[in-house]
Design a protein around this ligand. Structure first.
Ligand SMILES: NC(=O)c1ccc[n+]([C@@H]2O[C@H](COP(=O)([O-])OP(=O)(O)OC[C@H]3O[C@@H](n4cnc5c(N)ncnc54)[C@H](OP(=O)(O)O)[C@@H]3O)[C@@H](O)[C@H]2O)c1
Length: 326
């Protein structure tokens, strides 16, 4: 159980695009919708409580998309949090919805413009701090899709552009058209297929936003691959999984998703966990081997962090001369 103010703060700060500072441990708002990410959540009141509790706990980076619901997640965020004092809402567009669990891709520039305009209206914003292209539509030239977002960036409707589920060459191609501030790809202790993309983001100072950071719950439930280490260390599995991500890279911005206040509080508690070197390498080894029941070394109780890092000084993501010049 986490309590006290700004519990997320010890996770540190990252400056998206060099000038939008966010606390690294964020929240993913896909799970505050109905089954199949479709329609209203079963308990609307709990969804509102989750969003407000996240902010009370110092979470100031909230990920959403127009397609979550669709519309429902953005509408709930506005109802719970507008006018977003000090909070960064990162949304996405470029997907269509035709029913529960049904997703399509549509990257035509005029559709992306509509997506941005509608998200601005739903969220009650004049500028979206981070607007992410949910997927690069293979039927439309990538430069046209990123170019459409770049146009809206020049108009002041978008502050920074992000990409989602992309490869290193995709990012390189997109950067020929516009500055890119972040990448959101699937990544967790159990799924490290995008390690090269993470390394690219580290080198280039882009934020890496791992979606599915607790492997859609597999790293939280009983009997999961971290259960032995969790028992030995007295720390919840989900907190170990998130603490591993936070330690894995200073550009890592995990956005665990939940529709429950209790789960949110447990997840935010990960910011307070500092893994020992031994625990970190044991978990990295587990990630490499993907063994369901790894042999774990002697586990030590994680230390609690004592000092919250300063909000901006020396935080990763500081603007490069090249970025500032653009
Ligand atoms: N860019 C993309 O294409 C893309 C794709 C998928 C997701 N996303 C974003 O990434 C965010 C995170 O991904 P995700 O939500 O799919 O996966 P996730 O964060 O890895 O896992 C969420 C699942 O874990 C459960 N959970 C969360 N905390 C828990 C806890 N402490 N104990 C037990 N169970 C727990 C949640 O159920 P409860 O609700 O019951 O807690 C939910 O089913 C999303 O919310 C969304 O913002 C982006």
């Amino acid at each position: 159980m986490v309590d006290g103010e700004l519990a997320a703060a010890p996770s540190g700060v990252f400056a998206l695009g060099g000038n939008v500072a966010v606390t690294r441990l964020g929240y993913g708002a896909m799970r505050i919708t109905g089954p199949g990410i479709w329609g209203e959540p079963a308990d609307r009141g709990e969804a509102i409580r989750v969003l407000r509790r996240a902010v009370e706990l110092g979470v100031d980076f909230i990920d959403t998309a127009d397609s979550y619901g669709p519309d429902v997640s953005e509408e709930l965020i506005r109802e719970a949090l507008h006018p977003y004092d000090g909070i960064t809402i990162a949304t996405k567009g470029g997907l269509t919805r035709s029913g529960p669990d049904r997703w399509g891709q549509l990257g035509r520039p005029e559709y992306l413009r509509q997506c941005v305009e509608m998200s601005l209206r739903r969220l009650g914003l004049e500028t979206i701090d981070l607007y992410q292209l949910h997927r690069i539509d293979p039927m439309v030239p990538a430069g046209d899709q990123v170019g459409a977002l770049h146009e809206m960036r020049k108009e002041g409707k978008i502050r920074h552009i992000g990409l989602s589920e992309v490869s290193v060459p995709d990012i390189g191609e997109a950067r020929l058209t516009a500055p890119i501030a972040s990448v959101q790809n699937v990544y967790s202790l159990l799924d490290r297929r995008h390690e090269p993309v993470l390394e690219y983001c580290e080198r280039e100072g882009l934020g890496f936003i791992p979606y599915g950071p607790i492997a859609t719950g597999q790293l939280a439930g009983p009997g999961g691959p971290l259960s032995l280490l969790a028992r030995q260390s007295g720390v919840a599995q989900v907190q170990l999984a998130l603490a591993w991500l936070l330690r894995r890279s200073p550009v890592m911005l995990p956005i665990p998703g939940t529709g429950s206040v209790a789960h949110l509080e447990e997840n935010v508690g990960a910011a307070q966990i500092e893994l020992t070197d031994e625990q970190f390498s044991a978990m990295s080894g587990l990630a490499r081997s993907l063994l369901p029941r790894p042999a774990l070394p002697r586990a030590l109780r994680p230390r609690r962090r004592q000092v919250a890092p300063p909000r901006l000084a020396g935080c990763p993501g500081a603007p490069s001369a090249e970025l500032l010049a653009r």
